[in-house]
Ligand binder design. Structure first.
Ligand SMILES: Cc1ncc(COP(=O)(O)O)c(C=O)c1O
Length: 371
């Protein structure tokens, strides 16, 4: 029997393997001194945010002494418009980031008796948040070097206590996508007490012909929730905004657990302005696509194992211990992310930057790997 105050602590919250997120630039600069750093570790937008988001923030700065609007309907209407009015504003849920949305969804659907299914290599928070609730995490790993979804075994693992199946497409940390045929097979065969959660925070970058977002499934009334973020292509990682869409029934249920005044004024305005700036997203995607081609060519020349990516990062497998690689490439001013904790041992995720950042990365890569 524990004595002190710990006896009232919830066992599942006692820190073990908590999700920390990637390091910040200032943390690294504080250690290394004032060296030029290329932060290629968190899949942010190298172009920054849309200038329209910037203006929206500046124009609303005078408002921050007042509480934000009581409702997020303005953003949900902007989202409905963004999706061509295929979905109604009541099918959206907004949140303070993609991870906050993952946590919210798990909080409202899980308890100590339930389970979720994930497919490693996968974004770590799905697992960490479920464990905090005391729910069971079933891992049905992605298959082979193409990281295909093991639909047969996922369906076999579903039982009466399964609530959520997480699918990430494009996937972090592999950069691969789940083809529509595999999603069809999964979604068409789940029982009605199970929801497929499709995390599509990198959807803007996907170009594969057989790629699909969750939109057609939600539109067809399936038990599907899509998770999205303003941290990636929109360049708003520091302001913490995210959203999800699903059926009205599911959206209403999840929204009932949102906090009052959850979205801050600046975040909501910046998100709305970003949704309207389609040319900025086009420019971002074009930059990533052309730089991706350049990086593929250069990585091929260096004969390094990497996976073709549908996202704004390329994951490599250097022939070196991952932690050692991270430390060595940092000495050359390049921040990268080892993804062993995402179930991808020995691999390193590198955000695609602009030509200057990518050249600096390649130069450092050659030095570190002595190529
Ligand atoms: C697959 C995936 N989902 C969700 C997120 C969450 O993004 P954020 O919490 O910054 O909105 C990330 C960020 O790395 C991600 O890679």
């Amino acid at each position: 029997m524990e004595s002190g105050i710990e006896k009232i602590f919830k066992k599942q919250l006692i820190p073990k393997g908590a999700y920390k997120g990637g390091k910040g630039k200032s943390e690294v600069i504080a250690k290394l001194g004032n060296k030029k750093i290329h932060k290629l570790s968190s899949n942010e937008n190298i172009l920054g945010p849309s200038p329209k988001a910037f203006d929206a923030i500046i124009n609303h700065m005078g408002k921050i002494s007042e509480y934000p609007e009581r409702t997020d309907i303005k953003l949900r209407k902007a989202l409905s418009k963004f999706y061509g009015n295929i979905l109604s504003p009541d099918q959206f849920i907004t949140s303070n980031s993609g991870v906050a949305m993952i946590e919210l969804i798990e909080r409202v659907f899980l308890n100590e008796k339930s389970n979720i299914i994930i497919s490693n290599p996968a974004f770590k928070p799905y697992q960490v948040f479920a464990q905090r609730i005391g729910a069971k995490v079933i891992d049905i790993p992605l298959i082979g070097d193409a990281f295909e979804l093991d639909v047969t075994n996922i369906l076999k693992s579903v039982n009466k206590n399964t609530r959520l199946i997480f699918v990430t497409s494009p996937n972090n940390p592999t950069g691969t996508h789940i083809p529509k045929s595999q999603l069809d097979e999964l979604i068409n065969n789940i029982p009605d007490h199970v929801i497929v959660v499709i995390d599509e925070v990198y959807f803007q970058y996907a170009t594969a012909e057989d790629y699909t977002t969750a939109l057609p499934y939600v539109d067809a009334g399936k038990n599907v929730i899509a998770i999205n973020s303003f941290s990636k292509a929109y360049g708003l990682a520091g302001i913490r905004m995210g959203y999800a869409y699903s059926s009205e029934k599911i959206a209403k249920y999840i929204s009932s657990a949102r906090l009052p005044f959850m979205l801050n004024t600046l975040g909501m305005e910046a998100a709305i302005a970003s949704l309207e700036d389609k040319p900025f997203i086009k420019m971002t995607v074009e930059l990533i696509n052309s730089e991706k081609k350049f990086l593929y060519q250069e990585l091929d020349k260096l004969d390094i194992k990497y996976w073709k990516s549908e996202a704004n990062f390329i994951t490599i497998k250097p022939e070196m211990n991952d932690k050692e690689f991270e430390a060595k490439i940092l000495e050359h001013g390049i921040m990268v992310r080892p993804v062993a904790s995402f179930g991808h041992p020995g691999c390193i995720r590198v955000t695609i930057g602009d030509r200057t950042a990518n050249k600096a990365y390649l130069k450092a890569l050659k030095k570190v790997l002595k190529k």
